[in-house]
Ligand binder design. Structure first.
Ligand code: PLP
Length: 378
């Protein structure tokens, strides 16, 4: 009998080992991984630089409180923002980063209303949950945080809902949990322009899309957008718990000493891992991600799109969704039996988030497995 709250419908195996893009379970099975955790272990499961950086830091000290200076936090912040006039706040998770973003937007603007979108996912603490359009995860937890509105995602009808009384608009450039839905460049620019016109802060949630996943450090950089606030987490420290809020420096007066904080946020082990991750996300590495993504997209179009259970393929970079007209759950399980780990997302989407370090050969192998598993259903 499990002694754990049943908050997860867990698969009946425990992953006990990992190397590169391969995982091994407690039954002796090995898997090719198309999940990266859930977009977390973007550099695979045995990245030498991350391992060395964390091991070295663990020998020195792994926690100090935020009462003291942190050169590691400064270094990671610099890797995140470069020379831009932006500041960073470190926390421990995606939901915490979005919580911080909501608080910062309200305090800095002096307004309270926030506009989020259909099929959004921003996390499970109250602020983030309230900005998440998914009844399955909201029901029973009310009352939620007030003054959160919703508009249709990637739909021009949403633009009229961006009004001067809003503190902020929050969106994902590619919705992850919502079904791997990329917004069009045109819509994103319309949203950004209306936010600017109405003096509404634009928050981009890059918890899943950030840290190289789409071939740029952040997905919004594929579209030349200038968000006021960016949140990230999942892939930032390749599996150590971390979250980050990045905001324009002119928001600093809303986050003065005592106004916001966290005990563990910016923990030295997490920062050592994040530093090693970001150091590896060079322009050359990101160009490789783009090339692999182009290869994967091509392969999915030729091999998977024609299958009878597939209604479409969407995504950006190494974040791809295969939309099915059959239930996705049994497909994920069948793929596990065929030694490939995948994820699902809303609306029967088979979600692929392979490590960014995966090879084209491994991508081809995984796609061949997906084709094999889907084909007998013809
Ligand atoms: C996973 C996710 C979150 C929540 O992150 P946690 O670390 O699970 O709290 C928020 N936003 C997006 C887009 C995510 O994919």
């Amino acid at each position: 009998m499990s002694k754990l709250f049943p908050t997860y419908a867990r698969y009946p195996f425990d992953i006990v080992n990992g190397h590169d893009c391969y995982l091994a379970d407690d039954h002796g099975n090995t898997y090719l991984d198309f999940t990266s955790g859930i977009g977390v272990c973007n550099l695979g499961y045995s990245n030498a630089a991350v391992q060395a950086s964390v091991a070295k830091q663990a020998q020195k000290i792994w926690h100090t409180s935020n009462l003291y200076q942190s050169q590691l936090q400064e270094q990671v912040a610099t890797l995140l923002v470069g020379d831009a006039d932006k500041l960073v706040f470190f926390c421990n998770s995606g939901t915490e980063a979005n919580e911080a973003a909501l608080k910062l937007a309200r305090k800095a603007s002096g307004k309270s209303a926030v506009l989020a979108f259909s099929d959004s996912f921003h996390g499970r603490t109250y602020g983030a949950l309230s900005m998440t359009d998914n009844p399955a995860i909201q029901v029973g937890f009310g009352p939620l945080v007030p003054d959160i509105r919703f508009a249709p995602y990637n739909d021009v009808a949403a633009i009229t809902q961006i009004t001067a009384d809003l503190a902020a608009v929050i969106l994902e450039v590619v919705q992850g949990e919502g079904g791997v839905n990329p917004a069009s460049s045109e819509w994103l620019h319309q949203v950004a322009a209306k936010c600017k016109q109405e003096r509404v802060l634009l928050i981009i949630d890059e918890v899943q899309t950030g840290n190289g996943r789409t071939g740029q450090l952040f997905a919004y950089q594929n579209y030349d957008l200038q968000p006021d606030i960016v949140t990230t987490a999942k892939g930032l420290a390749n599996g150590l718990p971390v979250g980050a809020l990045i905001g324009n420096a002119d928001l600093a007066s809303a986050f003065t000493p005592g106004s916001h904080g966290t005990t563990f946020g910016g923990n030295k082990l997490a920062m050592a891992a994040a530093k090693a991750v970001l150091t590896q996300l060079t322009p050359a590495f990101l160009a490789q991600v783009q090339a692999k993504a182009a290869y994967l997209e091509q392969l999915l179009q030729t091999e998977i799109a024609p299958l009878s259970q597939v209604t479409g393929i969407t995504g950006l970079g190494l974040m791809q969704g295969i939309h099915l007209n059959v239930a996705v759950g049994p497909v994920v399980t069948a793929l596990q039996h065929a030694q490939l780990l995948t994820l699902s997302a809303k609306h029967d989407t088979l979600r692929l988030l392979p490590p960014l370090t995966i090879t084209e050969e491994q991508l081809a192998q995984g796609v061949a497995t997906i084709k094999q598993v889907l084909q007998p259903c013809f």
